[in-house]
Design a protein around this ligand. Structure first.
Ligand code: TMP
Length: 387
C-alpha cells in the first residue's frame, strides 16, 4: 500500500524543452511521492506515460558530460571482452561504445538515439524493455552474460515486468548490473530534484532486493558511486548466488538512516518545504540588488526545482547549457530561455544557480576564471547557499 509523503505540485515533462509556439500544448501532471509499505519502495503516486517522455525528441545525451564519459569507460574495463552484453536504455552509446559491436546489443526507446547506436554498428532494438522484447532477443541472439542499465531502471514504473524480462534474457550464471541515484544520497543531500517524471522511483537497496527476489533474482553486491549526486551500482544474480558483504553493509546503513520507515520521509518533506523558502529568498534578494542571476545547466532536475519553487524569468535571466538540442528553447513549465555557455556565460554574470549541481567538481574546474573574478554559484544541495 502506497502512503503519500510529498507533494511537488504541478509539473511539466522534465526534459520537455520547448519552443514558444509549443507552450499552449504543454503537458502537466501532479507530482507526488509515496512510500510503499510492503516493499519499502519510494515511488510516485501516479506515473507519467512513457511515450510522453521517451520519444524521438528526447534531449538528454549521456556523452555531454566528461564525468559520465570517463565513468563508463572506467567501468567497462572491469568487464571481460569475451562476455556478451545487452544494455537497456543505451542512449547515445556512451557506455556501449567501449565494447565491440559483435558482443553488444542496444535497447533504446528514443528513436533519435536508437538510430545513432544502429549507425555505430550495434544491433539496436528501438523499443521499451519488457518480457516480449526479452523473448525476441533470446530467440534472435541467445541468452546474455551481462545485462547493464545506467540511470534507466528507475525510469520504468513496472519493476516486476523489468526484472522478469531480465531474468529471462540472462544465462544461468549471468549478472544484471544497474546504477541509479540512491535514496540514501537523496535523503542526505536533501536533493528532492532527483524526483521528476522520469524517476518514478528512487531506490534503496532494501526495496530493490525485496522486488528482485519476487522475480527470481537477488542483490549480490553493491558499489556506492559519486555520480549523479550519489548512486548505487547494483549487481543482481539468480536467487541462491553468493552474497557480498557490501549488501549487508548497505542495508544496515539504510536502516540507520530510516529508509525502511515512513516517518523518515515525512521529515524529509518538511526539509524540502524549507529549502524552497530559502532558495526563493536568496534569488529575490539578488534581484533586489540588481544582480544578474543565471542557471548553469538546463537539467531535468532543475525542472522540478523551478516549477515547485515558482522560479521563472523574473528571478533567473536565462539558462546556459552545452547540449545543442536544448539551446534556443525554453525550460519546461517556467519557460526560462536556454542559450549556449559561449553566448551566456560571460563577464556580466554575478550568480549562477547550479542546475547541474551533481557535476559541481567538473564545473568548478572548468569555470576557474569565473570564480577567480568573483563570480558566485548558488546551490540548494545539501542546504541553500551561495558558494
Ligand atoms: P541532467 O542533470 O538532466 O543529466 O542534465 C545535465 C545537463 O547539464 C546537460 O544538459 C548538460 C548540462 N551541462 C552543462 O551545460 N555544462 C556542464 O559543464 C555540464 C557538466 C553539464
Amino acid at each position: 500500500m502506497k502512503k503519500t509523503f510529498l507533494n511537488l505540485g504541478k509539473q511539466p515533462i522534465a526534459n520537455g524543452f520547448l519552443y514558444k509556439e509549443q507552450i499552449k500544448d504543454e503537458y502537466y501532471f501532479r507530482l507526488k511521492m509515496a512510500f510503499d509499505k510492503e516493499t519499502a519502495l519510494v515511488t510516485q503516486v501516479n506515473y507519467v506515460d512513457g511515450d510522453l517522455m521517451f520519444n524521438d525528441d528526447y534531449a538528454y545525451r549521456g556523452s555531454m558530460s566528461k564525468t559520465m564519459v570517463k565513468h563508463f569507460k572506467t567501468f567497462s574495463k572491469t568487464i571481460s571482452s569475451n562476455k556478451n552484453i545487452l544494455e537497456i536504455g543505451s542512449n547515445d552509446g556512451v557506455f556501449l561504445k567501449n565494447f565491440s559491436p559483435k558482443k553488444a546489443i542496444a535497447v533504446e526507446p528514443c528513436g533519435n538515439f536508437a538510430k545513432e547506436t544502429q549507425d555505430m554498428g550495434y544491433t539496436t532494438y528501438h523499443s521499451f524493455w519488457d518480457v516480449p522484447l526479452a523473448k525476441k532477443i533470446v530467440k534472435e541472439n541467445g541468452k546474455q552474460d551481462i545485462v547493464f542499465a545506467a540511470n534507466c531502471i528507475c525510469h520504468i514504473p513496472d519493476l516486476d515486468s523489468v526484472f522478469k524480462a531480465v531474468e529471462h534474457v540472462l544465462n544461468e550464471d549471468g549478472t544484471f548490473i544497474f546504477e541509479d541515484p540512491s535514496l540514501a544520497g537523496m535523503i542526505n543531500n536533501n536533493s528532492y530534484d532527483q524526483i521528476y517524471d522520469e524517476h518514478p522511483h528512487i531506490f534503496s537497496v532494501i526495496a530493490l532486493d525485496n522486488i528482485l527476489k519476487r522475480n527470481g533474482l537477488q542483490v549480490v553486491k553493491v558499489e556506492n558511486l559519486k555520480v549523479h549526486g550519489g548512486s548505487n551500482r547494483i549487481y543482481a544474480k539468480r536467487i541462491g548466488s553468493k552474497v557480498h558483504d557490501s549488501v549487508y553493509q548497505n542495508k544496515e546503513y539504510e536502516k540507520v538512516l530510516g529508509l525502511n520507515k515512513f516517518k523518515t520521509f515525512k521529515r524529509f518533506a518538511k526539509k524540502v518545504k524549507q529549502s524552497k523558502k530559502d532558495l526563493r529568498r536568496i534569488l529575490k534578494k539578488c534581484k533586489k540588488l540588481n544582480k544578474k542571476v543565471i542557471s548553469y545547466g538546463a537539467t531535468s532536475k532543475s525542472t522540478t526545482i523551478f516549477n515547485y519553487c515558482n522560479i521563472g524569468p523574473d528571478l533567473i535571466d536565462y539558462i546556459t547549457d552545452t547540449t545543442p538540442e536544448k539551446q534556443g528553447k525554453l525550460s519546461p513549465g517556467m519557460h526560462i530561455p536556454i542559450i549556449s555557455p559561449e553566448e551566456g556565460f560571460n563577464d556580466t554574470v554575478d550568480f549562477a544557480y547550479l542546475g547541474a549541481w551533481n557535476f559541481v567538481d567538473e564545473i568548478i574546474k572548468k569555470e576557474e576564471e569565473y570564480v577567480n573574478r568573483g563570480g558566485k554559484f548558488i546551490t540548494h544541495v545539501p542546504l541553500v547557499k551561495i558558494t
